[in-house]
Design a protein around this ligand. Structure first.
Ligand SMILES: Cc1cc2nc3c(=O)[nH]c(=O)nc-3n(C[C@H](O)[C@H](O)[C@H](O)COP(=O)(O)OP(=O)(O)OC[C@H]3O[C@@H](n4cnc5c(N)ncnc54)[C@H](O)[C@@H]3O)c2cc1C
Length: 357
């Protein structure tokens, strides 16, 4: 019976990173188990170029020194020469992590059960095969159903033969329907002819795909005034806006979204699991960031017109302050600026709700 030193249960973004940064071609045997290992997923992972992301900068597909926010007639533009907003694509990440790897093999199976035995784990696959390993990293998808607030989105890459005139990353454009929760368009100009356009909603309930698709086409045609275009790729996701309590035990570690890497106020996770892997931090997020995020999400859950809050925050901070807040390394004074930008009564109520509900 072969017992691997390490099994990755789920071999997506965080497992790939954990393998590359901790185990790549080390003297140990590793198996990666993923029910969709060979799929063609190629989503974008966005982040601001903080110091711990610099080692990955050769993988960056696009970077923007300016990003913007829109609401009605208002526009806020941030600029940062030092921490641009960047994206890495999933397939580039996967190739980087696995290129020339020699100590890992893969099985494309659904993992049905992970059971602790005396000094190893027994992993049961959908094929009924059993795999044995001394250490487990588990990143199987978490269930994001139920009543909790979620960030849900569909994005299209569109090809505009005639070209477009957009040069800044557009993080939030609220000039769209607001009847299904807080809704905005996220838009990245990828090159002269391609845009990523995402319709994103913060709400408890998911919508039919056609809803997001209609919002994207309305935005492209009416706000961007682009009438002729072709959809060349699609990405979609549902991200938790609530804390995921990971259950780590001896030799069994939950990582990625399952391990709680998602910043619940924004959905960003990629840079957070890389920060944790490249530092001595045990947690993905600091105590104070989690505290602020929980209050902020409670506020979003219980108040409409939250687009105002995002615009206020964008106005109060400059590019460096905003990016550092989003990446979890804001100074005390930036955090204070954010707290002071928030409606006092609403936030006090939300704080109390985090304690009593
Ligand atoms: C479309 C999309 C865009 C995103 N964009 C950003 C972004 O711009 N910036 C950012 O910071 N974050 C982003 N995120 C959030 C986060 O970074 C990603 O979700 C990231 O992939 C999380 O990594 P993970 O390893 O936890 O999960 P995943 O990458 O989803 O990996 C989990 C793996 O487990 C496998 N699996 C699940 N269940 C089983 C099972 N029972 N048996 C076997 N295998 C199983 C899945 O097939 C999957 O490959 C995005 C998420 C999505 C979905």
């Amino acid at each position: 019976m072969k017992i691997y030193d390490v099994a990755f249960v789920g071999m997506g973004a965080s497992a790939l990173g954990t393998y590359k940064l901790k185990y790549y071609n080390q003297n140990c045997s590793i198996v990666g188990l993923d029910k969709r290992f060979n799929n063609s997923r190629n989503n974008f992972f966005a982040f601001w170029l903080t110091d711990w992301m610099v080692p990955f900068q050769d993988l960056i597909k696009n970077r923007w020194n300016n990003w913007e926010f829109y609401q009605y007639q208002q526009k806020v533009v941030h600029e940062s020469a030092t921490t641009p907003y960047c994206v890495i694509r999933y397939q580039d990440w996967k190739n980087y992590c696995l290129e020339n790897s020699q100590n890992i093999s893969f099985k494309e199976n659904d993992v049905i059960k992970v059971e602790r035995k005396i000094d190893y784990f027994e992993i049961t696959l959908d094929s009924e095969e059993k795999v044995f390993a001394k250490n487990i990293y588990d990143s199987r998808s978490v269930k994001i159903d139920g009543e909790g607030l979620k960030q849900h989105f569909i994005g299209h890459i569109i090809k505009v033969d005639a070209g477009h005139q957009i040069s800044n990353a557009r993080l939030m454009d609220f000039r769209v329907k607001q009847d299904q929760g807080l809704h905005f368009i996220y838009l990245l100009p990828l090159d002269d002819n391609h845009l990523l356009v995402e319709s994103t909603v913060f709400s408890k309930y998911l919508l039919e795909p056609i809803w997001y698709q209609n919002q994207i086409s309305a935005y492209v045609e009416e706000i961007l005034n682009i009438k002729k275009y072709e959809i060349t790729d699609t990405e979609q996701g549902v991200l938790p806006m609530f804390e995921i309590n990971s259950q780590n035990e001896d030799k069994y570690v939950q990582i990625g979204t399952k391990g709680g890497s998602t910043k619940i106020s924004s959905g960003y996770a990629f840079s957070f699991f890389l920060r944790q892997l490249t530092s001595d931090n045990k947690d993905y997020h600091s105590y104070w960031d989690k505290w602020m995020d929980k209050i902020f999400v409670k506020y979003l859950e219980n108040n409409s017109k939250s687009d105002e809050i995002f615009m206020k925050m964008a106005k109060k901070l400059n590019g460096e302050e905003f990016s550092s807040f989003m990446m979890g390394n804001a100074t005390f004074s930036s955090k204070l600026k954010i707290i002071l930008a928030m409606p006092k009564i609403g936030f006090l109520k939300s704080y109390l709700r985090t304690i009593f509900t």
